[in-house]
Ligand binder design. Structure first.
Ligand SMILES: NC(=O)c1ccc[n+]([C@@H]2O[C@H](COP(=O)([O-])OP(=O)(O)OC[C@H]3O[C@@H](n4cnc5c(N)ncnc54)[C@H](OP(=O)(O)O)[C@@H]3O)[C@@H](O)[C@H]2O)c1
Length: 268
């Protein structure tokens, strides 16, 4: 019997990451869940191992810390059955950049940019040598623009999209079958907005998507080799509009309509 493929999911303790874990276990992947809350990952691991007869391992790691990134990178680089890495761990912020503590901004850049870069490097070195598999980087529709109170979030998510597009070009030039994807969701029901302390009712209900919908769209798109995946027709239209409007006009519209909010750059 062929060895089962391993899917490693950062931020596998809740939200979109937990949904990736469920969908990939259904597809027959063994799992490696990586996040800080080990109790949450262990209970999800038990649920999925029982339901799908797959092996689910957990690694407690704070991916804003170099030593923890090193540990996870070593594991990804040496896993002989690695099939997929989902760089999903992340958190949001609000508050003007220069009015929030720099520690939260620093942590966001380490998690969204440095951890994604280091873990992608470890995974791709392994996958490209074996000629199979993929990497999904969970970015955001926020990565297609800029907004006050969200500067580091938009910038780090834009980096994730650009980084993934660059990787896809290199893989194409190399003739590698390994796939990469930047997943760019809009508002998705998860713990993300609880961590931020944001009132969900401030956003029209038609703009909220279930995490399972986002993940199903991502996996369908990965099967087709789509490099940038924007789930939901509303967000596809929004992103098309964001790409068409010149940045100077978008900035002028923002100046006209957005009021400043209280400062905060929040992580658990
Ligand atoms: N929800 C949305 O509307 C939305 C929209 C666009 C993009 N996204 C992106 O989707 C991704 C997943 O977010 P979500 O919506 O599923 O929110 P969530 O439910 O809050 O999940 C965030 C995950 O990231 C993990 N995490 C946070 N900081 C970490 C750290 N320092 N080290 C390791 N793991 C860490 C959390 O686990 P622990 O707390 O256990 O460490 C948790 O598993 C994020 O990258 C987010 O930017 C979300």
């Amino acid at each position: 019997m062929p060895e089962r493929q391993l899917a490693a999911i950062t931020g596998g303790s809740s939200g979109i990451g937990a949904s990736f874990a469920r969908k990939l276990a259904q597809r027959g992947y063994d799992l490696l869940l990586i996040a800080r809350r080990e109790d949450r990952m262990r209970s999800l691991a038990r649920e999925l191992a029982d339901a799908h007869h797959v092996i689910v391992d957990t690694m407690a790691a704070d991916l804003s810390l170099d030593a923890d990134i090193d540990r996870v990178a070593d594991r990804l680089g040496s896993a002989a059955n690695l099939g997929l890495l989902v760089n999903n761990a992340g958190f949001g912020s609000h508050g003007f950049f220069f009015e929030t503590g720099v520690a939260g901004q620093d942590k966001m850049h380490r998690l969204h940019v440095l951890a994604t870069m280091r873990l992608s490097h470890a995974a791709l070195s392994n996958l490209v040598a074996r000629g199979a598999g993929g990497v999904i980087n969970v970015a955001s529709v926020a990565g297609f623009g800029q907004a006050p109170s969200n500067v580091s979030y938009c910038a780090t998510k834009a980096w994730m999209i650009s980084f993934t597009e660059g990787l896809s070009i290199e893989l194409m030039v190399k003739g590698s079958p390994v796939k990469v994807q930047a997943l760019c969701p809009g508002f998705t029901l998860s713990e993300f907005h609880d961590v931020l302390g944001m009132d969900r009712s401030a956003i029209p209900s038609s703009l909220w998507m279930p995490a399972d919908f986002v993940v199903e769209d991502s996996l369908r798109a990965l099967d087709k080799g789509q490099v940038v995946c924007v789930p939901g027709w509303r967000y596809k239209l929004i992103v098309r509009g964001m790409k068409m409007i010149p940045r100077s006009i978008a900035a002028a519209m923002t100046r006209r309509f957005r009021k400043p909010k209280a400062a905060q750059a929040t992580s658990r």
